[in-house]
Design a protein. Structure first.
Length: 827
């Protein structure tokens, strides 16, 4: 029996696969499969690259990094737990030469460096790299090629650093411990440890790194010792995870989570195709039953056809996914040096099987609907009922599966799902409201437009589906391309107005005094100055941070490193208290803090919780007494965590300042003298900050644009599926219109008006959604008014209307080829 059913399934599969509804269904399934397979393969390639990177670029078996140097007892304890030790020190500096300056990471190395791996240098630019067994000698400095070009230096030239002449003797090509820099883009320079001491940089500005050789068991002992004795230190080891592994896993999860939009649009298309599909399946099952077979035989044939469809889809999906994966790896090669394309067939098959289970849920309403099949359908020519409840439950189940598969943060998942839900509800409300009002308003009028409104109102659910698909597509594109662009322009203008065009991000007391004197001498305006110290969160309510942080988040990623801690007795002008109470000046309790509200939500904190920060060389407990948010008008220098001034009487830690300055364009060249005296003074111009934002925006736009291609394709499929679902009704409608003496031109005009209205309503919903999103983002994050470019919006409206009308009219051309003869011959 099964053999006969398989043969029957193959026969009908080969016949039906060319039919329109099967074709649209395959396109939908293929798009989703390509997305999931490509995403999983790219993520696997990145994680494999990072694992290899960790093994080859750590420079040791375990590395411990912190701001302060280890004392003798700590050094002795670590030496007893490991086999060999090497030390490096690094500091952020600004190197100057002939009026040019470049920010650089200056690293000092000792005689035991490198411990593992190869140190590569060259004797000249474009020269072949050679393995170097030790670092620079005293009086020497090695610079990487970008730094040489930026400063206009060559090997053999002299560079003045902190008043000390250093000879450039080599080009720095590769450091075996480069991993510890986190793949940042800072330019690189290297000197000896003894030379760094002679430069007399303040020890509080240095980052100390200790590289150890150790076995796996010794690594575990070091980790246990560090957790107790050096809780604020950063530790990386070869048996652990790459510093960027969690970040890229979160990136994959976010993209996977946003794919809910794709699955939702697929659900719209599949729901429309299900009406046609279930009618054909019920009819076939009824025929089988009339010949003496059971309903189970029809179900078995349907299952076999579905399985054959999945099997035939997999080879082209794998091939196309491999091509997309190659393109993505090629694009990522600018971020990850030496990353190579690698295809994991096992992962590809498992990804396909996972999404096949999701398609199984989408197909369930068809198989459940077969229970309504009966022989009476053949006699009475009736159509079995489709359970909308089952369809809805299956669609929700699919969304839940996708959300659970990619969710790693409850807040992020809630925000994404809430944004999607709000967009859907708003677009549906606009479409239903617009069509209902238009139909009521034109009820007593005659002409083509009132007739179109009447017909669209009669097919409200079908038209709303089309509008929803197009509207979601347009919303995503508008949100990315318009809102992000407006955000960049607005923030740049606000930053210039409030902060000036130069930001001092870190300055010691001596450096800040010289900055003020320099500004006074040159007529520059210091607009803001705020003090801070560095601190690292180590415990939450007595629980170690690594144990408390079970899910990744942006706030947790930042809190795992040292953050700026600001002290003030008054609520800053650019902050507003939203919960709890700010401390009073004579308050005897100095162990209070206020935490930014978004951080509180992200980390699951409440007023009254206890946070333990490592400040200087001591752990200090603070109770959260208030939560604050940023508000515009008082400058943009703000801090996540703030504490009372009284804290300074109880802790000993270096003090720094942040400040903002307004310079004339001609005064930027005068900054050279400041950096000559203070190479470690950290300053960044508004132009540089804007360039960084633009780079980020460009990357986000590229990613979203690629994602939007899938959205656009799915929206086209939604249009095609909805047209195909009512194609018979549309042909009958056009035949009836022509039977009253109207021409095909009139039918075409009606069709054009219908699609223009569809495009207009969808575009209006997308524009309204983008505008509301802009208002919410600007108000909640920046406390700024959102003022979009309305001319740009009008152009977008016309473009969407034209695109939807063109696609809809082309897809409807078959229904326009109707005639009165067809109406007369229809039974």
């Amino acid at each position: 029996m099964l053999r006969n059913n398989l043969a029957l399934a193959w026969h009908f599969f080969t016949q039906e696969r060319t039919q329109a509804h099967y074709r649209y269904l395959r396109w939908t399934q293929a798009l989703l499969m390509v997305f999931i397979v490509t995403l999983s393969q790219t993520s696997h390639t990145i994680q494999a690259y990072l694992a290899d990177n960790l093994a080859n670029l750590l420079g040791a078996d375990i590395v411990l990094s912190q701001q302060s140097a280890l004392n003798d007892s700590q050094t002795s304890a670590l030496d007893a737990l490991t086999q060999k030790r090497a030390i490096t020190k690094s500091v952020i500096t600004t190197l100057t030469h002939n009026g040019q300056w470049q920010r650089a990471q200056l690293k000092a190395v000792g005689h035991h460096y490198p411990m593992q791996g190869e140190l590569l240098t060259a004797n000249a630019l474009n020269d072949t790299g050679r393995v170097t067994l030790s670092g620079p000698e005293n009086g020497e400095i090695w610079l990487e090629a970008r730094l040489l070009a930026g400063l206009g230096l060559n090997v053999g030239d002299t560079l003045i650093l902190a008043g000390t002449p250093l000879i450039v003797t080599k080009v720095l090509l590769h450091e075996p411990d480069r991993l510890m820099e986190g793949h940042n883009v800072d330019m690189r320079a290297m000197v000896s440890l003894s030379q760094l001491e002679m430069l007399n940089f303040s020890s509080e500005l240095l980052t100390h790194r200790y590289l150890f050789e150790a076995s796996n068991s010794q690594i575990k002992q070091v980790l246990a010792w560090q957790k107790t004795h050096l809780p604020a230190a950063q530790v990386f080891h070869k048996t652990g995870a790459h510093p960027l592994a969690l970040f890229w896993k979160r990136t994959e999860n976010f993209l996977g989570l946003t794919s809910i939009i794709l699955f939702f649009m697929a659900a719209i298309a599949i729901e429309k195709l299900t009406h046609i599909h279930i009618q054909k399946e019920q009819y076939f099952t009824a025929v089988c039953m009339s010949l003496g077979a059971s309903k189970y035989a029809g179900l078995q044939v349907s299952l076999c056809k579905w399985a054959l469809n999945m099997l035939f889809l997999m080879p082209p999906v794998l091939a196309f996914s491999a091509g997309c994966h190659w393109l993505l790896v090629d694009w990522l090669s600018s971020t990850f040096t030496a990353i190579s394309w690698h295809w994991n067939m096992g992962l590809g098959i498992s990804s396909l099987l996972s999404i096949t289970l999701i398609f199984l849920l989408f197909q369930a309403p068809v198989w459940i609907g077969l229970k309504h099949s009966s022989v009476t359908q053949l006699v009475n020519n009736t159509q079995g009922k489709v359970s909308y409840g089952v369809t809805l439950i299956c669609a929700i189940a699919v969304m839940a599966v996708v959300a659970m598969s990619y969710s790693d943060n409850g807040l992020l998942t809630t925000m994404v799902l809430a944004a999607l839900l709000i967009s859907i509800v708003m677009i549906i409300a606009i479409s239903w409201g617009a069509l209902t009002v238009a139909e009521k308003a034109t009820k007593r009028l005659s002409g083509l437009f009132p007739f179109v409104m009447f017909m669209m109102k009669q097919r409200l659910v079908n038209k709303s589906t089309q509008i929803l698909g197009v509207g979601l597509c347009a919303f995503l594109l508008l949100f990315t391309l318009m809102l992000m662009k407006d955000l960049g322009d607005t923030l740049s203008a606000y930053q210039r107005e409030q902060n000036g065009n130069l930001l001092v991000t870190q300055a010691t007391a001596e450096q800040m005094q010289d900055v003020k004197q320099w500004a006074e001498n040159h007529g520059a305006e210091v607009r803001q100055q705020k003090p801070f110290t560095y601190a690292k969160l180590i415990r939450v309510n007595g629980q170690h941070l690594s144990d408390y942080a079970t899910q990744p988040s942006e706030s947790m990623s930042t809190m795992a490193r040292e953050i700026r801690l600001h002290w003030t007795d008054d609520v800053p002008a650019n902050n507003r208290v939203v919960s709890g109470a700010w401390w009073q000046q004579p308050d005897a309790d100095w162990q209070q803090i206020s935490v930014e509200q978004e951080v509180m939500l992200d980390l699951g904190l409440d007023v009254g919780d206890t946070l333990t920060f490592y400040i200087g060389q001591h752990a200090v407990d603070f109770t959260i007494s208030a939560s604050h948010v940023y508000r515009a008008g008082g400058g943009s220098i703000t801090f996540w965590v703030q504490m009372p001034v009284a804290v300074l009487d109880h802790i000993s830690a270096p003090h720094y300042s942040m400040a903002s300055i307004e310079l004339a364009d001609t005064q930027f060249g005068l900054l050279n003298e400041l950096w000559q005296r203070h190479p470690t003074l950290r300053m960044v111009s508004l132009q540089e900050m804007t360039a960084r934002f633009d780079d980020t925006l460009a990357m986000v736009t590229q990613v979203i644009s690629g994602f939007s291609i899938l959205i656009i394709l799915l929206s086209v499929i939604v249009i095609l599926a909805t047209i195909h679902a009512v194609e018979g009704t549309e042909k009958k409608k056009n035949s009836i219109i022509m039977s009253f003496g109207f021409s095909k031109t009139t039918c075409l005009q009606l069709n054009l008006i219908e699609w223009l209205v569809t495009g207009a309503v969808a575009a209006t919903g997308a524009i309204a959604g983008t505008y509301i999103a802009g208002l919410l983002i600007y108000q909640s994050q920046f406390s700024l008014p959102y003022q979009p470019d309305f001319l740009w919006l009008a152009g977008t409206l016309l473009l969407i209307m034209a695109s939807v009308t063109a696609v809809g009219t082309m897809a409807s051309r078959k229904s326009l080829n109707s005639s009165i003869r067809e109406l007369m011959t229809e039974q």
